[in-house]
Design a binder for this molecule. Structure first.
Ligand code: SF4
Length: 316
């Protein structure tokens, strides 16, 4: 493989739900119809509810073809994006083309908000797993946590998810992001569970804001609350395992490029940066990080008593 730095691909990243997942991002950074308080990408800068072909689908497919020719060891190809991937207008074509290139299952991580649109539901029909999010059961809570685009209403979104369930034969795995004191009470969880049952999803997963969130006041629920939530929702948790180690798809890239490739998308815990470079000592990696911090392209943030490295917001 040449030293080309992939524009649309990242990973493979280990994921509890998806094994080794090769990420495909078809949208520009921070393009979303939500601006969730817990978003690890920071506040949404390109706030839109309009679907567009942000990049030519042929370019994305060409990159994927090049990556797959290297026989990378992966379990899933995951369309995820630095924002909301269903905003990509050629999503249906992209999924069809991926299916021609690979026999690996295709997953989509989405906030699910656009499932009320028939064209979005149709685009997703060929996917193997669709992973939407539901963090609230009523409009005020929805607005407080997800801060949606003004065209979006919770009732309409839930109805869209229900229609999708009726039309779609493959797996729907719901994710609920829990935020301390906002949606982690037993009363709220029971209401969310009613909606999950109504939507007849195949699995439910709980996530928590483990990485530095968009709003500094966002907190993770307590361990007790998490255990209660898992019981009430009949859900598994995903937050232990997705964080363990990480690697860059471009194995020959220089260390700074490798680190930036991932931190452009989300902050990295310091241990994860170490795991990117198994041949380097921790001191050597720290020197690289320090150099990047001195150049102003990376900054250190302490969150939940852990050290995270991220690209300064103004540089994203
Ligand atoms: S968490 Fe997802 S849905 Fe929410 S603002 Fe970030 S990218 Fe958008």
């Amino acid at each position: 493989m040449d030293k080309k730095n992939f524009k649309y691909l990242f990973g493979p990243v280990p994921s509890r739900r998806l094994g080794r997942s090769l990420g495909v991002s078809p949208i520009p950074p921070k393009t979303c119809n939500f601006s969730c308080i817990y978003c690890q990408l920071g506040r949404t800068t390109n706030f839109t509810n309009k679907r567009e072909e942000f990049y030519p689908v042929e370019e994305i497919v060409a990159e994927l073809t090049q990556a797959l020719e290297q026989n990378i060891d992966i379990d899933y190809i995951t369309i995820v994006g630095d924002g909301e991937p269903t905003l990509y207008k050629k999503l249906g074509t992209l999924i069809s083309e991926i299916k021609k290139l690979s026999t690996k299952p295709v997953a989509i991580i989405t906030n699910g908000a656009l499932l009320y649109q028939k064209e979005v539901r149709t685009d997703l029909l060929e996917a193997d797993v669709v992973m939407p999010t539901l963090d609230a059961f009523e409009a005020n809570m929805f607005r407080a946590i997800n801060r949606p685009h003004k065209e979006l209403e919770l009732n309409k979104i839930i109805q869209g998810m229900k229609t999708f369930r009726e039309e779609y034969r493959n797996q729907i795995w719901m994710e609920v992001m829990l935020v301390k004191d906002l949606n982690d009470s037993s009363k709220t969880l029971k209401e969310i569970k009613k909606l999950i049952d109504f939507l007849e999803v195949d699995k439910t997963f709980i996530n928590i804001p483990i990485r530095p969130p968009a709003e500094k006041w966002v907190k993770m629920p307590t361990q007790d609350r998490l255990l209660t939530a898992m019981k009430i929702l009949g859900a598994e948790s995903i937050f232990h395992y997705d964080e363990i180690s990480i690697e860059s798809v471009d194995s020959k890239a220089d260390p700074e490029t490798k680190i930036l490739d991932i931190t452009q998308r989300h902050p990295l815990r310091e241990e994860q940066v170490f795991s990117l470079f198994p041949d380097f000592s921790e001191e050597q990696v720290l020197q690289i990080l320090q150099k990047m911090e001195n150049k102003g392209i990376l900054e250190l943030r302490i969150y939940n008593k852990k050290r995270f490295w991220e690209v300064p917001k103004e540089k994203k």
